[in-house]
Structures are given as structure tokens and as C-alpha cells.
Design a binder for this molecule. Structure first.
Ligand code: PMP
Length: 360
């Protein structure tokens, strides 16, 4: 029963401070949250119209199979509808994969630091966790990850762009990895920030599914689509792999409002293009600040940036919070001297940069 005692030591997810908490604690009128990589511009106006014109009966269970949304996403990605699985956020897709494939006899490989839910779910299932440090530039070391795979390994987690560094896995490295990974291993490529990517050499991961049947890509409506509160994410892979996950899915895991909101949002790709562009400009604001202040940072393809202040990240976090800006201290993210900042609107970025300048 060793794994159970490990499970009992596992901490529940700790949400950061809410805007209300911070308002009250520091007696502030206005608080801005740039801590959890949500979209500062909200969501498409299509979603607002869907909600106000919404004629759904809430007494009826949702379509657990999310048919309408499924058809739209399948059309957008040019995949078969059965290649998709929807979750209550991509968090739930990660959980379903872990439940389906991990147990006490299995091991799982991931980078470190990366998105913590891979490790969390692996511990819940009792699997052995093998963490391979990122390199100094915040990138996955794929050959080291490959070396740590053995016959017990069931799942490898790749995160591109990686949370919390924002770095992405390069195509040639990914292809080498996928060519060499043993066939008993499922490779999960978490692309929660895919819509923000501007790197010209970024690959079409959905296209890769045709060549690599053991690959599953996960994406979400929580980030660029601005629907974090609705909880909609999905996985896409071979029909064979996805059909093994479907029985694990809780029958009505995607609620009607979330499905409708995601369907409405997907029709407005102009909104996504605009958010990507605003985010690119926002990152530029932070790069310029870091360069003029002599701070180290990682180039990001996501909607956040990890900035190294060379002192305790908690101290920077506390200072900014007292001024009404909630960011994420790097302490719990594996970068104790950094803070992770979600790119905000141009005005929010400007104001936050002024506060950081004052702090320095
Ligand atoms: N993957 C990564 C890399 C993330 O950063 C997040 C959210 N922080 C998720 C998955 C989960 O997102 P959601 O459950 O909202 O889809």
C-alpha cells in the first residue's frame, strides 16, 4: 500500500489569491490578475451573443459526446470526429490519459519544470515519475527523455510551448524523438498555448498524427479563446487510442454552456488572430523592459513570460500584489528567483512594467 501513503501526502491544488482577497487585504480599488495565463481581452463577441440568446434547457443533460462542438473541431483540424475526446478543461484529458494508462507497475516521463498536473495525476495512479530537467534555456532535453524510457514506461508528456518557460520543442528534435520512441509508449504533446505561437518554424502537430499513431495532442479553449471559466479542452489522436479513453470519460463531463460557448468561439478566428498579435506585441513590451533593466528572461511562444529578478520571486510577487497586480511567484514553479507574468492588455503591461521599474 506504499502508493496510497504517497497519495495521502499529495497536496490539493492551491489556487492563487483571488482578486477579491487582494482587494480586501491591501485595501485596493482595482486589482489585475496576470497569474494564470487567461486572455486579458476576454472572449469572442460570438460567445456573448450565444449566452444572451441561449435557448438551452438546463433541465436536460448535456450531450456528453459534444457532437456539435466535435464536428466543428473535427472540421477545423481536418480529422475524423472519432479522433477527438473532450474534457472538462484539458486538465481532465490529462487525468483521463493517466487513469487509462498509468498504474503502480508503470513509469511516466516528463520534463521539469513543466505543467504540474502530469506529475500530480501520475502520483494519484501510483506510477513512477521520471523528471528530466529542462536545459538552461527552458527547453525539453528530448534525448535524455528518450534515454529514461524503459519497458515500464507508458506515457511521455511533452509541453510545447512549455509552461512555465514559454519555450517550444523544435521540429527536428520532435521528429527524432517520435521516430525513436518505443511503440508501447504514448506521447502526449500538450499544446495549451498553441494559438499564441508565432514561431515560423513551428510544426503542424495534427499533421504528425498521420505518421505517428502513438501521439496525442491536447489543446484547450481556456487560453486564447478566453473561456477558462467554461472548462473545455480536448485531445486528438488515433481512433484506436481515443477509443481507449472514451470509456473513462464521465458521462456528462462537458456542460451545455461550455460546449455552446466553445462552438461559438471557434467561428471567430479573427478574434484569435487579433489576440495572437496583441500577445506578440505584449511580449515585446516585456522583452524591452528586461533588456533595458538587465534582467534575464526566456523568449516565449505563449501568453506569459518568466522573468529572473535574481532575488526571491516571492518578494517580487508580494510587492506587485500590494500594488494590485497578481502574478505568479517562480518559487513553486521551479524557478525561485523568477516570476511568471501573463501578458495583459497594453495598458496593464505598461502599468506593471512601471511598478517593476519602481521595485528595482
Ligand atoms: N496544459 C498546460 C500547459 C496549462 O498551462 C494548462 C493551464 N494552466 C492546462 C494544460 C490546463 O488547462 P485547462 O484545463 O484549462 O484546459
Amino acid at each position: 500500500m506504499q502508493w496510497k501513503s504517497q497519495l495521502h501526502n499529495l497536496k490539493a491544488y492551491q489556487p492563487g489569491k483571488t482578486m477579491e482577497d487582494v482587494k480586501e487585504q491591501f485595501n485596493l480599488e482595482k486589482v489585475v490578475k496576470l497569474a494564470s495565463n487567461e486572455n486579458p481581452f476576454g472572449c469572442s463577441s460570438n460567445v456573448q451573443s450565444f449566452i444572451s440568446s441561449e435557448a438551452l434547457s438546463h433541465a436536460i443533460y448535456p450531450d456528453g459526446y459534444a457532437k456539435q462542438l466535435r464536428m466543428k473541431v473535427a472540421g477545423q483540424l481536418a480529422v475524423e470526429p472519432q479522433q477527438l475526446i473532450f474534457g472538462n478543461g484539458s486538465d481532465e484529458v490529462i487525468q483521463m490519459i493517466s487513469r487509462a494508462l498509468l498504474d503502480r507497475t508503470k513509469s511516466t516521463v516528463m520534463a521539469a519544470p513543466t505543467f504540474p498536473q502530469y506529475k500530480h495525476n501520475a502520483i494519484v495512479e501510483g506510477a513512477e515519475v521520471r523528471e528530466i530537467p529542462l536545459d538552461g534555456k527552458g527547453r525539453h532535453q528530448l534525448s535524455e527523455m528518450l534515454d529514461s524510457i524503459d519497458e515500464t514506461t507508458a506515457v511521455v508528456w511533452l509541453c510545447s510551448p512549455n509552461n512555465p518557460t514559454g519555450e517550444y520543442i523544435r521540429k527536428d528534435e520532435l521528429l527524432h524523438f517520435l521516430d525513436d520512441v518505443p511503440s508501447h509508449v504514448l506521447v502526449v504533446l500538450d499544446e495549451a498555448y498553441y494559438e499564441y505561437v508565432t514561431a515560423e518554424d513551428y510544426y503542424d502537430s495534427i499533421e504528425l498524427l498521420k505518421t505517428y499513431p502513438q501521439l496525442v495532442v491536447t489543446r484547450t479553449f481556456s487560453k486564447a479563446y478566453g473561456l477558462a471559466g467554461f472548462r473545455v479542452g480536448y485531445g486528438v489522436g488515433s481512433i484506436d487510442v481515443i477509443s481507449k479513453l472514451e470509456p473513462i470519460r464521465e458521462p456528462f463531463n462537458n456542460n451545455s454552456l461550455g460546449q455552446g460557448a466553445a462552438s461559438a468561439a471557434i467561428d471567430d478566428q479573427a478574434f484569435i488572430d487579433e489576440c495572437r498579435e496583441q500577445n506578440r506585441k505584449g511580449l515585446q513590451q516585456f522583452y524591452e523592459f528586461c533588456e533595458s533593466s538587465g534582467l534575464k528572461y526566456m523568449k516565449s511562444q505563449a501568453n506569459f513570460i518568466l522573468i529572473d529578478f535574481g532575488i526571491s520571486g516571492d518578494e517580487v510577487f508580494q510587492y506587485l500584489m500590494s500594488k494590485g497586480y497578481i502574478v505568479r511567484s517562480g518559487q513553486a514553479l521551479g524557478y525561485p528567483e523568477s516570476v511568471r507574468i501573463t501578458v495583459g492588455s497594453p495598458e496593464q503591461n505598461e502599468e506593471l512594467i512601471s511598478l517593476m521599474k519602481e521595485f528595482l
